[in-house]
Design a protein around this ligand. Sequence first.
Ligand SMILES: [Zn+2]
Length: 670
Amino acid sequence: MYSIHKNLLPPTETCLTPYHAQTLTSLRFELKSPIFHIGDRYATTALRSLWLDDWLGGKVLSCGYEFGQEMGVVVENVWWVEGGALWWCRVVRRRSPTLYCVSPSSHITTLNTSLPHAKCIRVQNGVFTEILTSIPNEKDITYLPGYIIPGIIESHGHILQYGEMLESVSLYDAKSMEEVRVRIREFLSRHEGEGYGTRDKWVRGIGWDQKYFGGVMPTAEELAIDPELSDLYIMLDRVDVHCVLTSQKVLDLLPDPLPEAPPGGVIITDPGPGVFCDNAMDSIIFPLAPKPDVAQKTRWFKSAMVELNKVGIIGVGDAGMRPDDVRILEGMAEKGEMSVRVNVMLECAERNTFCPEETGSLKLLAAPDGLGEHMLMLGGVKLFADGALGSWGAALLEPYSDKDETSGTMLINETELTSVVKKWFDAGFQVNVHAIGDRANRAAVDAFENVLGKDCTGCNEARRLRIEHAQIIHPEDQKRIAKMGIIPSIQPTHATSDMSYALSRLGANRLSHSAYRMHSLFPLSTPNSKTGSYPGPVLGSDFPVEPPNPFHGMYAAVTRLNPATGSSPDGEKGWYMEEALSVEQALVGFTRNAAYGWFREGEMGSIAVGRWADWVVVDRDLLAEGDGSGRGLRDVVVWETWVGGRRVWGVGDEAVGDGEEEGGDGKDEL
Ligand SMILES: [Zn+2]
C-alpha cells in the first residue's frame, strides 16, 4: 500500500525527545485547523485533552510514531501506552497540490459535459482541485502516459469470492471431467506440502459446466477415478456458483441415505451423487466446509483488489456481503489497506430476510460518508428473487421454451418479497433485488412500486432502488421501470455469454422484446425535473462469474459480441444490435451512472473540481475507438490506476499473487 518510513522517527523510550516535542507543538497548532482528523482506534473520547494536557506531563510509558503518505495526504500515526491501554492517534494533513498533465497530443476525457476534454488535473488531499484545458507554464508537472478517463466503477461484483477464486482451481472451459481432474492435479503439484485436500483445507475450484460433459451432471465417482484424488476433500463450484460438485470424502460426512433436498434446493442423483444446488448446497454442504479465518479472508480481499486495480477498477458495488465480512473490510479501511472503494450491499445470514440485529453493530451504518477516506461505503441491502437462466432457475412468466414443464423458481414468493423490501425501505436502506427472469423482474417492480407509490414518476431518484441483472423484463414492466426511474444493474458480458443458449431457453419472441435490454434502458431525452435524474443503467461484470475487465464489458455492450471470441450467434455483426450501446454510453455506464447508482454522482464518476481524484490511464482514446464501432475496446490496455490521488497500480509494478483471470461462457449470476 503506501510506504511507511519506519526508521524516519524510530520510537523512543520516553517520547520526549526534542524532536517529538517539536512535532507535538506543530500538531497542537494543527488541532485548530479543519484539514485533519484524529481517529481513535481503541478508545479515546478524551483524546484531545490527553493530547494537549497530559502528553508532556510525563505519563507516557512507551510510544511509537509512523510517517507515511497516502491519497494525497501526509499521515502521521502516533501511539502510546498509558494506564494499561493502547492509545492511538492518526493525524492526516493535506499535502501540497500536485499537477498532472498528459502529453500535448493526448487528452483527458472528463465525462463532465461543461468541460469534456482537458490536458491537466490538479489534485490535492485526494480530490481534483483544478481541471486545465492547456498545459500551464509551471515548473512542477508530473506527466502521465496515454489518455485519462475517470476511474472505472464496477457496479456488481463479489470481491471475497473473486479473491477466493484466485486461490482455487480454475475449471472454466474444462472440456471434460478428465480435464477437471488434470487441472486439480496440476493445482496440487503447484501447492505441494500446503495441506490441500484435508478435512480442514478442502481443495476448492470454480468454473465447471456440464454443457461440456454432454449435458450430464458430473459425479463424485468421476473425481475418485484418479487415485491421487480419491482420498481428498474436494468442492468445486459450477460456473454460475449455484451448484457444487463434491468428492466422496465430503459425501462420507453426510448421513446415508442422503437427506431430502430442502425447498429451493436440488440434490442431483442422476447419473450419481456429488452435485448439490442452491438451497441444498447452502444448507447441507456449506456447513461442513472449513471456515476461512479472518487472515485468509483479508488475503482474499487484498489479492482481489490488486487484480481489480490492474484492469482500471477503482470502485466495486459488492453485491451481497455478510456483516462479519464487512467488519473485516471496516478494519482494512481504517488501516488504509484498501485500494478499491467498496460500496457494500449487505446480506443477512438467512437470505431474503430483514436482519437489523445483524447489521446494526456495523460501524458503516453510523458513517454516512463511509470509512477510511470513503474507501468503504454502504450500498444498502441485497435480496434475491430468483435463480439463473443457465440452470432453468430464472423465474419466467411463461414456461421455458426448451423445458415446458418448468418456468423457473422464485427464491421468495411475491408477497414475501414485497414485505421484506418494505421493511428495509422503511428502515432507510437502498434495496437491490437480484432478478433474472421476467416473473422475478415483475415481482421486483411490484415490490418497488408498493413502496414508491403508484403515482411515482421519476421518484426513485430519492431512493435509487435497483434491480440487479434485470435480464428478462416484460415490455410492460420495462415501461414501469422507466417511469419510476428504477435502476437496472446490467452485466453486458452476461448477455454475450448467455447468447449461445438464450434463444432455446426463451424462444425468438420473448428474446426479441424482453431480454438483454441495454440501449432502450437509457432515457430517450436528457434527464429533467419531470422524469427525475435517472441517467440510464449501471454496468458491471458480476465477477468472478465473468472476468472483471470492464473494457470487455464495454466491448460486449457496444458490439454485442463475445469479447473472448469476437463472435455471436448472428456471426460478426452482433446480436440484437438494436440494443447495442454507443461507446460513450458504455463508458458512462461504468463511471457516471455507476456513481449515480451509489448516490455519489457529486463525488465520483467524472473528472471535475471537487470530485474524488480517481482516474485511469489507458493506451488509447476510448471515444474515438474504431470510429465508434468499439471493436478495439477489448484490447484496451490499462497503464495506471489512481484512487483518491494515489497511484494504486501501474504497468511494471510487481505482480501480486499468481491468480489467473479467466471466465467461460454460459454463466449466470451470483
Ligand atoms: Zn452477483
